[in-house]
Design a protein around this ligand. Structure first.
Ligand code: IPE
Ligand code: IPE
Ligand code: MG
Length: 246
């Protein structure tokens, strides 16, 4: 019997958690962990492109992360601006299209300009879409989508809301990964993850390498996605072999 090809998720979303603990374990400042987190993200983007993932959505800064100590918040803002200007040429060469997802009104002009430039200069790329969720929250997204519909006088329907969401340019994530050992969603993709497969790992984000991503994809390949149906409906049993006369 021929083996079923292992499914590669079209869209992977990741809660990149554990940078702070990675640094603290090494007696380093938390921002050093975030720096290593950028390295892990670079490798992850490359590997996603190599294995055929088409969309990668990462949670880089949540609506609630403003409540962290001021030096960590400003460190994260600096890091985003620096990473964008440093990484975009390479991402460009790798065919990555960058989308910023989140409320940019609260960000500094420097960061907003960096985001706009990264989006504009990669807009023609098609190999991999990279959505960077920054100052993003699932509740913010649902509220801003509803506000858009209300302002346009459109009906509040699932289809209209879906079109007004910040991730309307991509299909829903097939696989949501959270590193860092916490078993929670933390306001990520509340609408879009309705039928995503969830994968949790104790690995801290700076330790999440290509092999760890392969393990998550392999685990996903074992899942049966039923979308509310029965197992028989989604994977009908193989037809019995025709009996030969004795
Ligand atoms: C995730 O790592 C990155 C951000 C939230 C910006 P953390 O900074 O939350 O790391 P831990 O959870 O404290 O280890
Ligand atoms: C989620 O991680 C947000 C990001 C990874 C950007 P947090 O570290 O903020 O989540 P909680 O506070 O532990 O739930
Ligand atoms: Mg955390």
């Amino acid at each position: 019997m021929s083996k079923q090809p292992r499914a590669v998720p079209h869209h992977i979303a990741i809660v990149m958690d554990g940078n702070g603990r990675w640094a603290t374990k090494r007696f380093l400042p938390r921002v050093a962990g975030h720096k290593r987190g950028v390295d892990a993200l670079r490798a992850c983007v490359r590997h996603c492109g190599d294995v055929g993932v088409k969309v990668l959505t990462v949670f880089a800064f949540s609506s609630e992360n403003w409540n962290r100590p001021a030096d960590e918040v400003s460190g994260l803002m600096e890091l985003l601006a620096a990473a964008l200007s440093r990484e975009v040429p390479q991402l460009q060469a790798e065919g990555v299209r960058i989308h910023f997802v989140g409320d940019r009104t609260a960000l500094s002009e420097k960061v907003r300009n960096g985001l706009a430039l990264a989006e504009a200069s990669t807009a023609g790329n098609e190999r991999l879409v990279l959505n960077i969720c920054f100052n993003y929250g699932g509740r913010w997204d649902i509220a801003q989508a509803a506000a858009k519909l209300a302002a346009r006088g459109e009906a509040i329907t699932e289809a209209n809301l879906d079109r007004a969401m910040a991730l309307a340019h991509v299909p829903d994530p097939d696989l949501v990964i959270r590193t860092g050992g916490e078993l929670r969603i933390s306001n990520f993709l509340l609408w879009q993850a309705a039928y995503s497969e969830l994968y949790f790992t104790d690995k801290l984000w700076p330790e999440f390498d290509a092999a760890a991503l392969d393990a998550a994809i392999a685990d996903y390949g074992q899942r049966e996605r039923r979308f509310g149906k029965t197992s028989e409906q989604v994977s009908p049993p193989a037809k019995p072999a025709s009996r030969k006369a004795a």
